[in-house]
Write a protein of this length. Structure first.
Length: 418
């Protein structure tokens, strides 16, 4: 049985492994014809003709495969490209119609406009989802100091092209949002995209880093491909300190190559970043590779601090809006939650809800969430931002020679944190 021929089996496996090897595929087709496996041979020859329509060896093998049994000797292969004389085009087209398209369009489409097929995103970029956020900075309660800084550093130059040209304001470079965890850096980035009417592509460390060599750099390249394909687009790199650590502290080559790739993408090496606005967030910007902080990269920074009074009231209102509350006064809660992050406030509302729920279970009577539940939850909680400011204080005191953290120093002095 030919299917069990070890030589044919080996050649089939080799063609599967190297489908673009024309000589190997034709050799297999010739052996298949010798073994009487005509249909399989025709399939391989048709594949070659689909790749190289003028291949003389493929044309000769197709002629041999289509020749009727007993029709005489098979003509020699031509010395130049093109089918031999007497080639049966009708029979050949019937054999390869599923592989090779028609040579000419039907008469009924002559004179019609050709169909325009839109080109999709580049290969590798399709796995990233670009949002179109409806959020605006006005939807963020309070935090006026942060909003003003974002307006001056990012939005104002983008909104007024004539003034930007007058003052020679460049749009090159990215914006780095930094501050304690849970204070809304991602929220602000999404609001910025909404202000610009741009797409929003959020990328985290898990989207980039890969255990296999070369994949992490390829992932970083695909991220920028997706952002460029969706321009105008805000590309948001979360946890930048995890993706782009200082190369001087990295042991091993994977992360080092990721940083190098990110630098190349930011500089637009081999591609144009027009319409791609790069934002990043970091809890520990002092751990980010210094090369990323140079002009033209992440050369602008905005400190996102814990929510102020107005912001805390808005956050508490948001998290209590769908809960059964009764006679809750927010002002005393706002006064007792200075230094709480947005995540802390969400946890506070959850803890108060749990307290009321457990009490309802124990008494057998459902009751509303009251002021006492919220105050009791506040008494049990401490702001999670404390450890961050302890670390930041050391940076502000001993690693601010270039003034990169002047806004952090000013904030900590204002709130007596240093």
């Amino acid at each position: 049985m030919t299917g069990a021929d070890p030589l044919l089996a080996s050649l089939r496996a080799a063609v599967t492994a190297a489908p673009g090897d024309v000589a190997l595929r034709l050799h297999l087709a010739e052996l298949l014809l010798d073994a009487g496996e005509r249909e399989e041979a025709v399939t391989h020859v048709a594949t070659v003709l689909g790749q190289e329509p003028g291949n003389p060896g493929a044309a000769a093998l197709m002629t041999r495969a289509l020749a009727a049994p007993g029709s005489g000797p098979v003509p020699e292969a031509p010395t130049r490209p093109g089918p031999p004389s007497g080639f049966d085009w009708a029979a050949a087209e019937h054999q390869v119609q599923d592989v090779v398209g028609p040579r000419f369009a039907p008469d009924d489409v002559i004179g019609q406009e050709p169909e325009v097929v839109p080109i999709g995103p580049p290969a590798g970029a399709a796995r990233f989802t670009v949002e179109r956020p409806a959020l605006r900075l006005a939807d963020v309660g309070g935090m006026d100091a942060v909003k003003k800084r974002l307006e001056a550093a990012f939005l104002a130059p983008l909104r007024n092209e004539q003034l930007r040209a007058l003052y020679g304001k460049s749009l090159r470079g990215g914006l780095l949002l930094y501050g304690p965890p849970g204070c809304g850096k991602t929220f602000f980035a999404r609001a910025l995209a909404g202000e610009l009417g741009a797409g929003f592509l959020a990328v985290g460390i898990h989207d980039v880093l890969d255990m296999y060599a070369g994949n992490s750099e390829r992932n970083m390249h695909d991220v920028f491909l997706a952002a460029r394909a969706a321009a105008p687009c805000v590309l948001f790199l979360d946890e930048l300190d995890g993706i782009a650590q200082k190369r001087s502290t990295i042991v091993g080559g994977v992360l080092r190559q990721v940083v190098t790739q990110l630098l190349a993408e930011l500089d637009g090496v081999g591609a144009d970043n027009e319409g791609v606005f790069v934002l990043a967030a970091s809890n520990m910007p002092w751990d980010v590779d210094p090369a990323l902080r140079r002009p033209g990269r992440f050369d602008r920074t905005v400190l996102v601090v814990p929510p102020d009074d107005a912001a805390r009231e808005a956050i508490l209102t948001y998290h209590l809006r769908d809960r059964p509350v009764e006679n809750v006064r927010l002002k005393p809660l706002v006064a007792r939650t200075v230094g709480f992050s947005g995540a802390d406030l969400a946890h506070l509302c959850e803890a108060a809800t749990e307290r009321a729920l457990l009490d309802s279970v124990s008494t057998g009577t459902a009751r509303m969430i009251t002021q006492d539940d919220l105050l009791a939850a506040v008494a049990d909680l401490r702001p999670s931002t404390g450890p961050w400011f302890t670390t930041a204080r050391q940076v502000a005191l001993y690693a601010n020679g270039d003034g990169a953290y002047d806004d952090l120093v000013a904030h900590m002095k204002k709130h007596k944190l240093m």
